[in-house]
Design a protein around this ligand. Structure first.
Ligand code: FES
Ligand SMILES: [Fe+2]
Length: 313
């Protein structure tokens, strides 16, 4: 795909441009997370196809920096879009622009404000090029004059893909966006809350004294609880079975603390982190991607008279 769409584009937000855009509406949401988690989530392009599977199939990064990122995304219908995110950290403000494909010219502007240290409000505004207000007006006027299937076709030709029989075109688009963004933010909320819990757990356990040995109970009992997450000293591990072997591996992904216990072990003996898709060989702890840290050494499993133990190395 050509990258010419990024030519002559600034890497900083130009707020005066808002006057040239048409705001189709907005979406508000209170989230139980800190501003830091939210801004981190905006910069985190890698989570899109993993956390937002129903909206994105794949992402290929072109460029990134403190200013934001540029990427090509593949959508569930296999079409592609050039996407650009620009971040203004000083204002907790970021804007995503669709530069090609379906919804070309669409901009999503988001502003986060702190309610308390672990609670924020996000205000999202959906913008289109100004000429779009006229397109919607034409559609609205023509709606009563034609059968619905024709109206839908005309709407699609004009670049409006979401219309309903009862609502005005603008309301149709907005209600569809509300639905999509409530799903996206449900998914992001789970990711951000999970990451915060993992950070808090690390801090809480920082001074935990080392342990030599920990009994997990009888094999018959433990086998029904697999994969079993166990706190062993400072760290959390997963106890699991694969190809008739007991395995112990870190429950916390070294990338951004994602929950490795959430992944099944695949036929190659790998787990895939659900947050960004990094894979690890659970027998060796080796990372299967370039530039990603291996899993740290895990304790050993020992069995004494039908009782299962974790032992420090
Ligand atoms: S947290 Fe990113 S891949 Fe695990
Ligand atoms: Fe997200």
């Amino acid at each position: 795909m050509s990258l010419a769409v990024f030519d002559r584009r600034s890497k900083s937000l130009d707020y005066s441009r808002l006057e040239t855009l048409f705001c189709i509406g907005g979406y508000q949401r209170r989230l139980p997370v800190s501003i830091a988690r939210m801004i981190e989530n905006a910069y985190d392009w890698e989570h899109l196809p993993y956390i937002h599977e129903s909206s994105f199939n794949a992402i290929s990064l072109l460029d990134e920096g403190d200013w934001g990122w540029r990427a090509i995304v593949t959508l569930p219908d296999s079409s592609s879009q050039h996407l650009e995110l620009l971040v203004d950290k000083s204002r907790n403000y970021w804007a995503t622009t669709v530069l090609s494909g379906d919804a070309k010219g669409f901009e999503i502007h988001t502003w986060a404000s702190q309610v308390s240290s672990r609670e924020i409000d996000v205000s999202i505004k959906f913008y289109l090029p100004k000429r779009f207000s006229k397109v919607l007006l034409v559609l609205q006027l023509s709606k009563a004059l034609m059968p619905f299937f024709l109206y839908e076709k005309v709407a699609q030709k004009l670049g409006v893909h979401r219309v309903s029989k009862v609502d005005k075109p603008q309301q149709s688009i907005l209600s569809s966006l509300h639905h999509q963004y409530s799903v996206l933010y449900d998914e992001d909320e789970a990711l951000m809350s999970g990451r915060q819990a993992a950070i808090d757990n690390l801090k809480r356990r920082k001074f935990e004294p080392p342990i030599e040995s920990l009994s997990l109970g009888s094999i018959d009992h433990v086998i029904n609880e697999l994969p079993k997450v166990v706190q062993f000293g400072k760290h959390r591990y997963v106890l699991n079975r694969w190809q008739d072997k007991w395995l112990v591996y870190n429950a916390v992904c070294p990338h951004r603390l994602g929950p490795l216990e959430a992944s099944e072990i695949d036929h190659q003996g790998r787990v895939t982190c659900p947050w960004h898709g990094y894979q690890f060989d659970v027998e060796t702890g080796k990372s299967c991607g370039k530039g990603i840290a291996d899993l740290p050494n895990a304790p050993l499993v020992s069995i004494v008279e039908n009782e299962i133990f974790l032992e420090a190395r």
